[in-house]
Design a protein around this ligand. Structure first.
Ligand code: SF4
Ligand code: SF4
Length: 365
């Protein structure tokens, strides 16, 4: 059977050269940590062979993320694509994506991305002021200059890129400026990444995460800017808004997973070969197995995966009577009941989401 699917690969686990203020996961990169956290070539072999076998002639997309995936070195990436070329005997159509903070990007990386047609995403907090507040290196130094250098390289090489935009209290303050910045650098698309209000791993989460009212403010302001621009023929896209607008107009679209009302398997592999059903749920209770020992067919069938997917269909009672359920579908479970493994608790942004979706419907109809 042919299958289409995505594997998220974290080649250096959560190692990163930066220390963003609202990030709970990253581990400061030190050379002696590389042995423990960086994916070995044996793991790459197993991952590639097993992914191709599972896909069996369908579409397979490898999406590299971090930490900062480019810390894995260009040799790692060259080995990875070489391994795909060598082992792809069943006609699987393979594509690649990488999301990077762009601060260690070189001309050689750019050439490689062009050669293998990588889709490139750049992590960013926004304009210079907000980026320098939120995104520091491990010595506390601002990093906008490095980001700018990376973006310049991408532009000089004619590589189109999308921006992964952090959504938090500080980015809300600078939203208009940041939006202008994204347009100026030629980002083709904005993917919004919300800092967690209920991130128990991160004591800073209360400080940076939006509350429900701020959720509404952020999205309303951005939607206004976006719709104004669209009227003027702007090509930039914000997938979250595009999907919602299409749904309001009655079109059938596949939204990002939080907007579908259930979780699908988001194969995610860590630097030590451990596989999980979602990059937001990489803990021992959701471990599916190690790519060195188990094939993907067996991992998919195992109890952990089945429980992860089936539990996601449970929603808070209010969602079923909610006027915007068809647009919201309850949202991603990590904003609901993270430890309880379902959406039985209400989304922490519920009030803000509801207000925003009502606003969006009147704005686009
Ligand atoms: S937890 Fe959220 S991001 Fe992960 S699969 Fe479910 S809806 Fe998607
Ligand atoms: S707005 Fe709130 S109640 Fe309505 S579907 Fe979303 S989470 Fe559920």
């Amino acid at each position: 059977m042919k299958r289409d699917y995505v594997v998220k690969v974290k080649p250096v686990t959560d190692l990163c050269n930066l220390k963003c203020k609202d990030c709970s996961r990253c581990i400061t990169y030190e050379a002696d940590l590389a042995k423990k956290y960086v994916m070995s070539s044996e793991m790459v072999d197993e991952l590639v062979v097993k992914s191709l076998a599972y896909c069996n002639g369908g579409n397979l997309r490898f999406e590299f993320e971090g930490g900062e995936p480019l810390l894995a070195s260009l040799t790692y990436f060259k080995y990875f694509v070489g391994c795909v070329e060598e082992n792809n005997l069943n006609g699987t159509k393979v594509s690649y994506q990488i999301v990077t903070n762009a601060t260690v990007l070189t001309q050689e990386h750019c050439q490689f991305f062009k050669d293998y047609n990588f889709e490139v995403g750049v992590n960013s907090d926004g304009s210079k002021q907000v980026h320098n507040i939120m995104c520091r290196d491990r010595f506390g130094r601002p990093t906008f200059g490095l980001l700018q250098k990376g973006i310049k390289l991408l532009m000089q090489n004619g590589i189109e890129f999308f921006a992964v935009c952090k959504v938090n209290k500080t980015t809300l303050k600078f939203l208009k400026k940041s939006y202008e910045f994204y347009k100026k650098i030629g980002a083709t698309r904005l993917d919004l990444r919300l800092s967690l209000m209920n991130d128990w791993d991160n004591p800073q989460s209360e400080k940076y995460a939006l509350n429900a009212q701020e959720y509404f403010d952020f999205h309303r302001q951005l939607l206004d800017l976006y719709l104004d621009d669209k009227k003027r023929g702007s090509k930039i896209s914000i997938k979250y808004f595009d999907d919602l607008i299409a749904r309001v107009k009655g079109e059938k679209v596949k939204c990002a997973c939080g907007g579908e009302g259930y979780c699908e398997c988001q194969w995610t592999v860590d630097g030590d070969g451990s596989m999980y059903p979602c990059s937001f749920y990489m803990d021992k209770d959701r471990l599916l197995g190690n790519v060195m020992d188990v094939d993907l067919e067996k991992m998919y069938a195992n109890e952990v995966m089945q429980k992860f997917v089936s539990a996601s269909y449970k929603h808070h009672g209010d969602c079923f009577d909610c006027s915007v359920f068809d647009l919201c579908k309850g949202g991603c479970r990590r904003f609901c009941d993270r430890d309880g493994d379902s959406r039985l608790e209400k989304n922490v942004y519920c009030d803000g989401i509801k207000k925003f979706l009502e606003y969006l419907q009147t704005a686009v109809l």
